[in-house]
Design a protein around this ligand. Structure first.
Ligand SMILES: Cc1cc2nc3c(=O)[nH]c(=O)nc-3n(C[C@H](O)[C@H](O)[C@H](O)COP(=O)(O)OP(=O)(O)OC[C@H]3O[C@@H](n4cnc5c(N)ncnc54)[C@H](O)[C@@H]3O)c2cc1C
Length: 580
């Protein structure tokens, strides 16, 4: 059985996170760091063994569909329900929820690694587990104490699952189109009425629903103002049905075991999370966590594809030798490894910063810090929140696009059998295709990144990157690579200068700039890894060699602004449209 707890993961547990700093900020005092990290290691080792044990059934039952239930809900197929029950028995559920409610208070980085392992085994199961944790974390952050006490222990025991209900027929990428209505009731609760579509795990007991406040319904339509986030259970306290129904499931190309539901709310009673009209902020937290979750999910799929392709390429012989020995196959394999490690570098760097911010928020909320220290911490938090707001869409973009490419390359390595359902890689590729779409498409991630860059976040990120690169003087090879990354950062700034002079042009080129920025940050983090483990040098060198050239190329494409590209594109599309 493959070891799911990989070297790349262990590097962060053992070397690349300052656990002492993080845990002491979070707890406000001295912590037995070795004991905490030892407990984390045990959780991840247990998770790794369990996830690997789920893989055979998951692959065998990949095509098994989620199904509607007699009580108007939906459920995953039996193999996913069994795996979920085993995770509950092992206590590996809602891991980020605090100990007060029966969770582990696991840092986001380690929860991300956990989700990655589950996704490597069964990406549909990961949907269930990831949404369960995400919903619980948002409830812990935004609900009243009464609601937390009522629901969080049911999450940490695994009794209830969660879903995140945003999308509607007229509200996809643009959540300003939401028309599900939330109306205040005299007892402080609310009533929800409307239709949601494409809701993953929509048969869950607990729905977090983004809906428009009744009192500002007409004036706020078309905007994300006036939205509330509402916790709606399928059943009321007395066990009666709460008007939440799943009339139909989608038939999809992949993630068959994940129920993708239309969900109707008819006079459903719920509790607002956060203040009226501030639902979008609460939902943004959930969505940002979910975006990192999808990045972890994608990385898990990458790991499965890389493992399968490398194994097969060593077994399959053509022209008298293993195909892995053919340089063109070998380079595909090498690039698959390197690119998935680059995704890990960007993603874990982001999680690490997010954890630091969450710890600072906990410390500041405790109110025990001396004034000067609190002021300094708040300033650090503001600065680093800006960094996370930029890094999050970059992670979602990079991990999901890379997942698509890596699973496709794995199919190519398998040749003809890769196109058949006898090979697991075809299933992995089919699953990968949704990653670039849900939780905000790649285009939406690129436009979010552009907005954060426009607000100045890149300057903050690059200041830190440059100081890290400048300190890499220990080894001539690493120093040389650091210099190349500095050059890549300079290309980004040149491109920005061209793009931000014209907003339409900036939108046209947002994906190119996004990729350039990703390449710089991932390269720097790969070199940070080399600093603690010199055996990572080949990976860093390979990524930087390819992407330094790409930075020059993309910079030239962005500089090529003067010839009316937008107008030309419009003419090409209009001409084609006129023929249809
Ligand atoms: C299997 C599955 C599971 C899902 N799970 C959930 C869930 O659990 N909860 C939930 O709420 N939703 C869920 N969704 C919905 C998903 O998040 C949306 O499908 C997605 O956000 C895109 O919205 P849309 O389908 O309406 O596409 P559209 O918004 O119509 O986009 C169509 C195309 O136009 C592009 N586009 C749109 N606007 C812009 C712009 N401003 N700039 C550039 N390009 C743009 C998009 O990138 C895309 O390529 C799920 C969907 C699927 C298929």
């Amino acid at each position: 059985m493959a070891d799911y707890f990989t070297t790349g993961m262990r590097l962060y547990l053992d070397h690349l996170v300052d656990w002492k700093e993080l845990l002491e900020i979070r707890s406000g005092g001295a912590v037995d760091v070795d004991a905490e990290v030892g407990a984390y290691r045990t959780i991840l080792e247990t998770a790794s063994a369990m996830a690997a044990s789920f893989e055979p059934e998951a692959r065998k039952n990949w095509a098994a569909e989620a199904e509607l239930t007699a009580d108007g809900g939906a459920q995953s197929p039996p193999h996913i329900r069994q795996a979920y029950d085993q995770l509950c028995e092992a206590g590996l559920i809602s891991l980020t929820v605090s100990e007060q409610y029966g969770g582990y208070g696991l840092p986001a980085l380690l929860n991300g690694i956990f989700l990655e392992m589950i996704s490597r085994a069964d990406t549909s199961l990961m949907m269930v587990v990831g949404l369960q944790t995400g919903a619980a974390s948002d409830i812990e952050r935004y609900a009243s104490d009464e609601v937390k006490d009522a629901y969080l222990p049911r999450f940490t025991s695994g009794e209830v699952q969660g879903s995140m209900d945003l999308t509607e027929p007229e509200a996809g990428s643009d959540l300003g189109g939401i028309s599900t209505r939330v109306t205040d009731l005299p007892d402080g609760r609310v009533q929800v009425d409307g239709q949601k579509i494409y809701i993953s795990n929509g048969g869950a007991e607990i729905h977090l629903v983004l809906a428009r406040d009744d009192d500002k319904f007409d004036e706020s339509r078309g905007t994300t103002h006036g939205l509330s986030l509402v916790l709606v259970p399928r059943h009321l306290e007395d066990g009666s049905a709460n008007g939440v129904k799943v009339p139909r499931l989608e038939k999809k190309m992949g993630i068959h075991g994940s129920a993708t539901c239309e969900v109707l709310f008819e006079g459903s009673i719920g509790h607002r999370l956060g203040a009226a009209g501030e639902g979008f902020k609460a939902m943004l937290d959930l969505m940002n966590a979910a975006r990192l979750g999808v990045a972890s999910q994608s990385l898990g799929i990458c790991e499965a594809a890389v493992h399968d392709a490398i194994t097969y390429a060593h077994e399959r012989k053509q022209f008298g030798k293993a195909i892995a020995e053919q340089p063109m196959v070998e380079v595909m394999l090498a690039n698959m490894v390197v690119d998935s490690e680059a995704v890990r570098a960007l993603l874990y760097r982001t999680y690490r910063l997010l954890d630091l911010n969450l710890a600072r928020e906990t410390a500041l909320a405790g109110g025990d810090l001396p004034d000067a220290q609190a002021t300094e911490m708040r300033a650090d938090l503001d600065r680093d929140n800006a960094r996370v707001r930029l890094l999050t869409p970059l992670c979602k973009y990079f991990a999901t696009e890379t997942c698509d490419q890596i699973t496709r390359a794995a199919m190519q390595v398998f040749g003809g059998i890769g196109f058949t359902m006898d090979a697991e890689v075809a299933k992995l590729h089919a699953d990968s295709l949704i990653m670039t779409v849900y939780e905000g498409t790649s285009e939406i991630q690129a436009s979010f990144a552009l907005r954060e860059i426009g607000k100045g976040a890149l300057g903050v990120v690059f200041t830190e990157i440059r100081s890290e690169l400048a300190a890499m003087t220990d080894d001539p090879m690493r120093a040389e690579l650091a210099k190349r990354v500095e050059g890549m950062a300079a290309r980004v700034e040149e491109s920005m200068g061209v793009m931000f002079s014209d907003i339409s042009y900036a939108l046209l080129r947002a994906k190119l700039l996004t990729e350039m920025v990703i390449d710089v940050i991932a390269s720097c983090e790969l070199l940070d890894q080399v600093g603690v483990d010199n055996s990572r040098l080949d990976i860093a060198e390979s990524f930087i060699a390819r992407h330094a050239i790409k930075a020059d190329y993309l910079n030239q494409r962005i500089a090529d602004h003067g010839d009316g590209i937008l107008e030309r594109n419009a003419r090409v599309v209009a001409e084609a449209a006129s023929q249809h």
